[in-house]
Ligand binder design. Structure first.
Ligand code: FAD
Length: 319
């Protein structure tokens, strides 16, 4: 029987290791995922997260000079990848479920598939606004906030399906994680408001939090302190991403609403090429990881973004 993320944490006295994978692009097979896992399996990951990606808008050029707009999901397959990893590697998997692009029925059907597959952990997220959209637009009949998703999954955990008159339904047993933002979610007017809604997700039934990436551990420690002051008592798992290209200097703060410490910025600027930036990113993340582990964090969660050579070096240095 697969353990839940929180059972893993409760049973361990040391900091656990986990990482996040992206499903391959459409048309690619399991090979890149296999390579990524093979590179990290020796560090005994307690669980592996698999992201979910909503549709993107693409414009096709037409012979008449016009453009035709259509939406496409470039990285489908989260449920299938999660099952393949679980059964090929006997690993605990945590597929992400998002609001964006899903009706409540789509969500219920994905959860039914996961239950059939014996997967009992999910990370529930809203999803970002589509590129070029100013605000997040839910599907008609979809969930608007991650909180709504938590409520839907908790209903299923109680055997309450969307069709209320179903007979002999089985209740599900998902362990729910949610996202948290040490530097505040980009759309929140202030930290207190963000923590207010984070607490609502926990009160609704989420059992742990995984943080957005951060490059200054003080941001994480302050966040945990503020969560505890607000009465959020669940495990808060720090998520780390090593910088790997010079362009991250501008793309990461913009995309993820996080600050980069002055010292890190200075060192990136000094790098002659992206190879040096990648090495610097590994070194910075190793230092962050050592301090977090010394502080007794429950899990060290590493974002791979599809590449694992740098994650492997970090894991080797700290586990
Ligand atoms: P929510 O918790 O819904 O919050 C969104 C915003 O609305 C916040 O500002 C919050 O304060 C506010 N808010 C919340 N509830 C309410 C309410 N009831 N009324 C008014 N305001 C409210 N994205 C993907 O597309 N796929 C992924 O696989 C993915 N994985 C991620 C993993 C982690 C660990 C993290 C931290 C993020 C991930 N994301 C992913 C990105 C995430 O989808 C975005 O950050 C998104 O913008 C917010 O998601 P959320 O679940 O935190 O949203």
């Amino acid at each position: 029987m697969e353990l839940s993320v929180t059972e893993h944490i409760e049973r361990s006295e040391k900091t656990l290791f986990s990482f996040e994978l992206l499903p391959p692009l459409k048309g690619h097979d399991f090979e890149s995922t296999r390579e990524a896992i093979d590179a990290l399996i020796e560090f005994d990951p307690s669980f592996v997260n698999i992201t979910y990606h909503q549709q993107e808008v693409v414009y096709d050029h037409m012979p008449n000079g016009y453009h035709k707009k259509r939406t496409v999901r470039k990285r489908p397959g989260t449920v299938g990848i999660a099952a393949a990893i679980k059964y090929r590697y006997n690993l605990v998997v945590v597929p992400h479920i998002i609001c964006g692009g899903f009706t409540k029925e789509d969500t219920e059907n994905a959860l039914i598939d996961l239950q059939f597959l014996g997967i009992k952990n999910v990370l529930l997220l809203r999803g970002d606004p589509l590129p070029n959209a100013k605000v997040f637009i839910p599907e008609p009949e979809g969930n608007t906030y991650a909180l709504d998703l938590v409520n839907q999954v908790m209903d299923l955990n109680k055997g309450i399906y969307l069709e209320k008159d179903l007979e002999n339904t089985r209740s599900m047993d998902f362990c729910i994680g949610v996202g948290g933002y040490p530097e505040k979610h980009a759309e929140s007017p202030n930290m207190d408001s963000d923590l207010f809604f984070l607490k609502k997700k926990i009160e609704a039934g989420a059992s742990y939090i995984v943080t957005q990436m951060f490059f200054d551990n003080k941001k994480y420690f302050d966040f945990v302190k503020r969560c505890r002051q607000k009465g959020i008592t669940v495990p808060i798992i720090p998520g780390l991403k090593p910088v790997s290209i010079a362009n991250h200097l501008t793309s990461i703060p913009k995309t993820f609403n996080v600050d980069m410490p002055v010292e890190l910025v200075k060192e990136i600027i000094k790098c002659k090429d992206n190879k040096q930036v990648r090495e610097l990113g590994v070194e910075w993340a190793i230092n962050q990881s050592k301090e977090l582990i010394a502080a007794g964090v429950p899990v060290l969660h590493l974002y791979t973004m599809g590449k694992t050579d740098n994650i492997q070096k970090i894991a080797k240095a700290v586990f």
